[in-house]
Design a protein around this ligand. Structure first.
Ligand code: SF4
Length: 317
């Protein structure tokens, strides 16, 4: 059986876990292609207007797989860390897809909820195996190996490696070439690592002679430490990651500027972006800009914003 996985949303964070599990459980896997104009247009036409761009893209990637696979894997991520939640759009995703995209093969809904404790992960994969008709030792072994590869992926990113060097290994991503300084690029992985929709921002910054860091390069423990003095606990996992990494860069002399890439209509991004901007104004006053993406974002306008920011970096010297 051929299982389709949409290359969108948290695929970019969890692909080693999902792909390894499904392939070791004996399935063929098809990942939708990198985002292109056709996928974006499909997503925009199928999804409700007021959804954010990443959710629209997920619709486009799912529709793209419709006639290529036997079933489509749709994650329903409720919580990825005990005591925390992620954006409610992830919870409603399977229902949105079922109601908006017609002509799909059967959907495999992967319910994933670690809100109570980490044991929820093994339970989720056990249920997934049962739904796919695989059980026993094969599932245990597939889960263990998938988990191992996921931890390796996370460890490599936390050691500072550019995630695009893993996702697009055929290209050269030698960060040591950057001699002008380092720019922290803040945003969700599904915006930053999707080269079409992010207008290839990471490549453009590298080509301008700067190194790039992304939130995945900051360890979980560092993020917790940076946020421990916040007046209130944040309970959105990705909001924490974005704010915590930004706070870490504001305190790190090796970071010389910050670009916040957010998605139009995202409540979490608008809140966290404003907080980080205020901390920067009260503290280091690093060159800082926000670039908001939606389906209408034009390449020329985007490049102009980026060039203006890079000019500001030069002046700040
Ligand atoms: S966190 Fe923001 S960008 Fe991500 S799915 Fe939710 S609304 Fe969209």
């Amino acid at each position: 059986m051929n299982v389709g996985i949409p290359r969108a949303l948290l695929y970019f964070d969890y692909f080693p876990l999902w792909q390894t599990f499904l392939s070791l459980a004996g399935f063929e896997i098809t990942i939708s292609p990198p985002t292109n104009k056709d996928i974006l247009n499909k997503g925009v036409s199928l999804c409700v207007d007021d959804a954010c761009l990443p959710v629209k893209l997920f619709h486009g990637h799912t529709a793209d797989l419709a006639d290529k696979v036997d079933v489509i894997f749709i994650p329903r991520l409720i919580s990825i860390s005990p005591g925390e939640y992620i954006c409610p759009k992830f919870i409603g995703l399977p229902e949105m897809i079922k109601n908006s995209v017609k002509g799909l093969p059967p959907l495999i809904i992967f319910d994933y909820n670690l809100h109570k404790d980490l044991k929820g992960e093994k339970i989720a994969f056990g249920r997934l195996g049962t739904e796919l008709g695989v059980g026993g030792r094969a599932i245990d072994n597939a889960y263990k190996e998938a988990k191992r590869r996921q931890l390796i992926y996370r460890g490599i990113l936390e050691s500072g490696q550019n995630p695009l060097s893993i996702l697009y290994p055929k290209e050269r991503w030698d960060e040591k070439l950057g001699t002008k300084g380092t720019i922290g690029v803040i945003g969700h992985p599904y915006l930053l690592y999707d080269r079409y929709i992010s207008m290839d921002i990471i490549r453009k910054i590298l080509d301008n002679g700067y190194n790039v860091k992304v939130p995945a390069n900051v360890s979980h423990s560092t993020i917790e430490k940076r946020l421990e003095n916040m007046p209130k606990n944040l309970f959105w996992s990705y909001g924490k990651r974005i704010l915590g990494s930004g706070m870490d860069w504001l305190a790190d002399d090796r970071i010389h500027g910050i670009i916040f890439v957010d998605s139009f209509g995202c409540g979490i991004d608008s809140f966290v972006g404003e907080l980080l901007h205020r901390y920067n104004i009260r503290g280091r006053r690093l060159p800082y800009t926000t670039i908001t993406l939606d389906e209408h974002t034009g390449r020329a306008g985007f490049d102009t914003r980026l060039e203006a920011f890079l000019d500001m970096m030069e002046w700040a010297g």
